[in-house]
Design a protein around this ligand. Structure first.
Ligand code: TXA
Ligand code: MG
Length: 349
């Protein structure tokens, strides 16, 4: 396995990938956030293959990737001043902007909405591919719908098998969580999805930006689609209760997997413990690979130590909460017995 990022792909490989895209097929490619599953954004039947490969509902719009903001006019109806400033500051990079769409943008790309999401990625291989292709590439993360995003080429193959014709190998993605998404359709602009670029960094360029009002309420287990999620039920547990909850599983002779920010106080043979550390960038970089590793342990549950409620952790926190099964219930309920009962009631997709 290659752990160091690969900086450029051989030109022949890029040309082969361009041929695949032109023939209406799919190419997975690295970006600095996660791997994308790319199709020619100008070819509706190619874009439909993306939805089929992922098992994704057709109403979920895709991000159009460009090598340069100068092509924005083909996709966005207009570029508001706030967007121009954000693009200037953060492109190429891990930022996606949502615009009113240009008339020529296909419905299948936007899920029938009047808006279109655009990103100019910085990864050299993504840049090589986009430049050689000479058009927009529609690409969601290269995972099955609802699953953990891929940050290594082998994750893409695990997720999608033969549904993807070609995977460009860029080794490990540097950032590891998906881009920040800002909608500039509304005034003030809204941060729809937090990413490695923090809200304050965005606000230093456009002070009006507000966080999304989608404050997620406690969910009933199984009532809502989980996203960024491993197959194993996943629960967020406060630091001080981590060993206690893990021991409950072991006492029940159940295997348990833990993603923590520190080493365990005590271990047992039914417990797999990953110490992902307390640095938000490194934690994010390893997050999805760690969840995949824990998912493979055949544990009854993955317990994730609650991460700090701090801006630097915002993107990680968002993904963890969306991946979790019954997080709020566990965080707010001090009674371990009640907690066990809740685990047992989980209905998982
Ligand atoms: O880092 C990333 O953004 C990666 C890489 C491959 O670029 N892509 C990615 O795509 O995460 P995806 O499809 O997994 O997530 C894109 C998100 C979805 O939640 C989608 O609903 C939202 O962007 N989105 C796309 N178009 C939108 C639009 N017009 N309005 C609002 N949200 C939109
Ligand atoms: Mg995704």
């Amino acid at each position: 396995m290659r752990l160091m990022p690969v900086h450029r792909a051989p030109q022949q490989e890029i040309e082969a990938a361009v041929e695949v895209l032109r023939s209406g097929r799919l190419v997975a490619f690295p970006t600095e956030t996660v791997y994308g599953l790319g199709a020619n954004a100008g070819d509706p039947s190619a874009v439909r293959r993306v939805f089929a490969a992922k098992g994704r509902p057709g109403t979920h719009p895709l991000i159009v990737h460009l090598d340069d903001p100068k092509y924005l006019g083909r996709w966005a109806r207009s570029v508001p001043a706030a967007a121009a400033r954000l693009g200037e500051a953060f492109w190429p990079g891990p930022l996606t902007l949502v615009f009113e769409r240009a008339l020529a943008v296909h419905d299948v790309v936007t899920g029938g909405q009047d808006t279109v999401a655009v990103r100019v990625p910085a990864h050299p291989i993504a840049q090589q591919l986009l430049k050689a292709f000479g058009g927009g590439i529609a690409a969601p993360s290269a995972n099955r719908y609802g699953h953990v995003s891929p940050t290594r080429p082998e994750h893409v193959r695990e997720e999608l098998g033969d549904a993807v014709q070609m995977i460009l190998d860029g080794g490990e993605c540097k950032i590891g969580v998906e881009s920040a998404i800002v909608s500039v359709v509304s005034d003030p602009p809204v941060l729809l999805r937090p990413g490695s670029i923090t809200l304050s960094q965005l606000q230093s360029v456009v002070p009006e930006i507000v966080p999304t009002s989608d404050e997620r309420v406690p969910r009933v287990p199984g009532s809502d689609a989980r996203h960024y999620a491993p197959g194993t039920p996943m629960h967020i547990v406060p630091d001080k209760r981590l060993e206690q909850v893990a021991a409950e599983f072991a006492d029940n002779r159940e295997r348990v997997a833990v993603l923590a920010m520190r080493p365990p106080a005590r271990t047992n043979r039914l417990m797999t413990w990953i110490n992902a550390g307390s640095k938000p960038e490194l934690y994010a970089h390893n997050l999805y690979a760690n969840l995949r590793t824990l998912d493979r342990t055949a544990a009854s549950a993955i317990l994730v130590q609650e991460v700090p409620d701090d801006e630097k952790w915002h993107a990680v926190r968002d993904r963890l909460y969306r991946a979790a099964t019954a997080e709020k219930l566990i965080t707010n309920d001090p009674d371990l017995a009640a907690m066990r009962a809740m685990f047992d009631e989980d209905e998982l997709p």
